[in-house]
Structure formats: C-alpha cells, structure tokens
Ligand binder design. Structure first.
Ligand code: SF4
Length: 307
C-alpha cells in the first residue's frame, strides 16, 4: 500500500498489508528519476523487486498525485495494481463502493472478525497516544508505534507485542509540539527534537491511522470518510485546531516534502493556526540534517520566550 488504505479490510480479505513507505527513512537509495523521494524510492524498489509484494494498492485519489504516476510505473513492471480513491466530499456511498472494489481485487472478505480485532488494537494505539501526551511515553516511542498502524506491522500479534513492550517513563513536557503534515523523511526527528527541548505531543498523520476503524465494509466506509488528508483543507484544519487546543500545543512544526503538493498548504495553515509555526522541508531520507537541527533549536528558544 502506498498510503492509508483501511488495513482492516486487507486483513479481512486474508492478505497481509505492507506500507511501502516504512522502508524509506532508512533507505540509502538515490532514485534515478524523482520528484518526491518517498514515491520515487518505493517505485524504483518495487520495479527492481527489492520489496517483495504480490500486488500493490495505490492511493491515487485524495492523497498523493505523485503516487498515481509512480504507481503506474510499478503496474507497467507487471505487478497487479489496484487504484484506490477517497472521496473529496466525504461521500460514504462512494467510499463504500471503493472498499467493495478493493475487496474484489483482494478476493473478497474471508475473515470478518479481523475488523473487530483491529478496532481493539486501535484502542491500545489511542492509549499510547494519550500517554505520550501526558508525558508518560517518549515521543519517539509513541511515533514508532503509531506509524505502524498504517499496516499494523502486517501481523496483529507483532504489533500487540510492540505496544506492550513500550516502556513508561517520566518525560518533561516543556515545549509541547504538534508535528503537522506528511511524516518527516528523517528517521530520528522525534529524538532530535526532544534533545533540543521540543516534545512532540501530536503527530498529525499517524493519529489518522489510529482514529478510524469499522466493524464491516459499511461502517468502515462511514468512519474513514473523516480521513482528514483526503478532505478539503477547511475540514482538515477545523479538526486540527480542536486537536491542538485539546493537547495544549505551544508550537507547530509543519513538515513538508520537496516536490509534494502539501507544501502549498503552508501559507493557509499559518493563517489558520494561532500559534508559532516552524516550516521545514526535507528531500532525501536519512538522519536529521544539521541545518534543520539549528532551526529546531532556534524555534525552541523562541517558543521558550513566549509569555
Ligand atoms: S510526501 Fe507528498 S508527494 Fe510524497 S508521497 Fe507523501 S503526499 Fe505524496
């Protein structure tokens, strides 16, 4: 899967979901042809059969247009590929028809009990998120778990074990930060931010991964209609503002990715949000670069001086 596709349905069809983005932050590859490094790297790895999959689900509508093209490159290499579209207007019937069509691509629902099993796991994910917000789990540990909810590690037992192995600790929350936008391509940004006195108490996209669920295709369609990244900006920012207020956020880091259309949202986001915003832009995967560290440090000092 190239982005969020209800993993409940993939499991219920007896398949094993794998979010191809999960290999990118640790990747050393420099793709031959690229706009966004995320899609360019997974596309090249899939075409070269460096990631083993049987078929690909491309989230082509309501999320990422680079994936639409890079996904077709993979399709042309012979891998069976399905294109999944979210409705911009949140129409539940449309999303239900998309889920039915995806179910057909995957051979139909064979294990309907998976929906409820995954709902329970998502409740555990919400607890992790809540504990991190209360300074009982480190932001990096929480992120590692929450990001895994896009594909549930392809193995529900493995994810449950990962959740139960998270160590509780006392984290000093001096600057409560929301990390907004697509997930950073830097593998250590939560640790780096924490070392610089910025504690991430909200990860926008991973929160979407744990927030939606359903007990069957019908209810899953109705819940996933609220997936903010696929909806108009007013819908997404309206949701964001409530979440930031609830979490008493002191500042926002808006992560943008080179050649990603979400960059265009920065100006509107700054108009909408009533708190300090730092925009950073990444390109290639790896550790957080020194210049980004300097900007994070300066942001921390600036927030620290807020009355
Ligand atoms: S960063 Fe932007 S362009 Fe790249 S995969 Fe994500 S949504 Fe698509």
């Amino acid at each position: 899967m190239t982005a969020l596709v209800p993993p409940e349905l993939v499991f219920a069809c007896g398949a094993e979901p794998f979010d191809v983005n999960n290999v990118i932050p640790e990747s050393k590859r420099y793709p031959k042809s690229k706009l966004c490094a995320w899609t360019a790297i997974w596309s090249e790895m899939l075409v070269n059969k460096e990631i083993e999959i049987d078929s690909l689900i491309v989230v082509a509508g309501g999320d990422c247009h680079n994936a639409l093209v890079d996904g077709q490159k993979v399709q042309r290499s012979g891998i069976p590929t399905h294109f999944f579209f979210y409705p911009f207007d949140g129409n539940p019937e449309y999303l239900e028809s998309q889920l039915e069509s995806l179910s057909g691509f995957l051979g139909g629902v064979r294990y309907p009990g998976k929906f409820r099993e995954i709902s329970k796991l998502k409740k555990l994910g919400k607890k992790i998120d809540e504990k991190r917000c209360n300074g009982r789990i480190s932001p990096a540990d929480a992120f590692r778990i929450l990001i895994s909810f896009s594909d549930l590690c392809g193995d529900l037992n493995k994810l449950e074990t990962a959740i139960s192995s998270v160590r509780e600790q006392k984290i000093e929350l001096n600057n409560r930060i929301a990390l907004i936008g697509v997930p950073p391509i830097y593998s250590d940004i939560h640790e780096v931010a924490q070392e610089l006195g910025l504690q991430v108490v909200f990860d926008e996209l991973p929160f979407e991964f744990i927030r939606h669920s359903g007990n069957d295709i019908h209810s899953t369609a109705r819940d996933y209609c609220g997936y903010t990244f696929a909806r108009p900006l007013d819908f997404r920012f309206g949701f964001l503002k409530k979440e930031l207020e609830k979490r008493k956020v002191d500042g926002v880091i808006h992560y943008t990715q080179f050649a990603c259309h979400h960059m265009l949202e920065d100006e509107i986001l700054r108009d909408e949000l009533d708190c300090p915003v730092l925009t950073i832009q990444g390109d290639m995967p790896g550790k957080t670069p020194e210049q980004v560290k300097l900007r994070l440090e300066a942001f921390g000092e600036m927030i620290g001086r807020q009355p």
